[in-house]
Design a binder for this molecule. Structure first.
Ligand SMILES: C[S@@+](CC[C@H](N)C(=O)[O-])C[C@H]1O[C@@H](n2cnc3c(N)ncnc32)[C@H](O)[C@@H]1O
Length: 287
């Protein structure tokens, strides 16, 4: 079946039917709208208000290939090349995890707890920074802070640097391995934040094909028999680089909150917090 014309209404009718073979009606509508806004000259309002406007052949072609990729499980953020994270627009590609809403909550916790310190020259470290989402969102909120982001992936660090530039903020992004000597030469910090890999291999079956086939395994998965290795490294090394009153904010595996918290039992306080879905998702550890 062909699209009957280049009019918005005909394109929408055609590709909604195509997308319904894989997605719910709501998802199909939302995904197609994202592609239309991204690949045409029209805004969402114009698309809704002027169904008789037409798209050029090249715009239609981009939408056609975008739909094809969606049907092959590619996340829409990798198709458009960006995602929004709180007040930050980030470029994303298959070298970095697409930041999740839970991680926005982690940043909100920090913004709330340290809101009075906006003009203070805080020192902040983001471990496993990926696209730079957490580090950049914090730097935007705490303009006087010195923010460092580290990641083992040189491609991720390169993208994070471009994201900082794109958002007009300065963040020190470095390639570093937190499981080895990546802690050397880091300095001292008021805030350490991390969303490290925490999904066990055996939890893969709970994940959607678009995650498994496209997002970087290095960003997500840990061995079943060493699920907490990243947290062990943080618990061991953080005391050496935390300042007085320093705090660690961690995203954690919802199935292992107590086991993860136990690693921080020698710290002054360790609190498990729930995410918006009611899952035990964060640790706030005070030094
Ligand atoms: C769950 S992703 C988080 C990305 C980003 N902070 C976010 O929240 O969207 C974990 C990140 O840790 C990085 N990583 C994995 N092993 C690492 C290591 N040994 N040292 C430093 N970073 C590592 C991955 O490359 C990935 O970018």
């Amino acid at each position: 079946m062909e699209v009957v014309s280049n009019k918005i209404k005909d394109i929408r009718t055609h590709y909604l039917i195509v997308l319904r073979s894989k997605f719910s009606a709501g998802e199909a509508k939302q995904l197609l709208m994202t592609l239309l806004v991204e690949f045409s000259a029209y805004s969402k309002n114009e698309i809704l208000l002027y169904p008789d406007k037409t798209l050029s052949e090249s715009e239609l072609l981009k939408i056609h290939f975008g739909v094809k990729e969606l049907l092959k499980n590619k996340p829409v953020q990798y198709i458009t090349g960006y995602t929004d994270f709180l007040d930050v627009r980030l470029r994303v590609d298959e070298n970095v995890l697409i930041p999740r809403p839970e991680t926005e909550e982690l940043v909100e916790i920090i913004r709330k707890e340290w809101g009075q310190a906006k003009s203070v020259s805080l020192r902040i470290l983001d471990i496993g920074t990926g696209s730079g989402a957490i580090a950049i969102a914090l730097k935007k909120f705490f303009p006087a802070a010195a923010v460092t982001g580290i990641d083992i992936s040189p491609q991720a660090v390169e993208l994070a640097r471009r994201n900082a530039e794109y958002n007009g903020v300065k963040v020190d992004f470095r390639v570093s391995d937190m499981l080895n000597d990546g802690w050397k030469g880091l300095g001292s910090y008021d805030i350490i934040v991390s969303n490290p890999p925490y999904v066990r291999e055996k939890e893969k079956k709970e994940m959607h094909a678009n995650v498994l086939e496209y997002e970087p395994a290095q960003a997500l998965f840990v061995p079943d028999d060493d699920a907490l290795g990243y947290y062990v490294a943080i618990a061991r090394n953080a005391p050496g680089i935390l300042r007085e009153n320093g705090t660690i904010y961690l995203e954690i595996n919802q199935y292992l909150p107590d086991e993860t918290a136990a690693l921080f039992s020698s710290f002054a306080a360790c609190e498990i917090r729930k995410d918006f879905k009611g899952n035990s998702r964060f640790l706030v550890v005070r030094f």
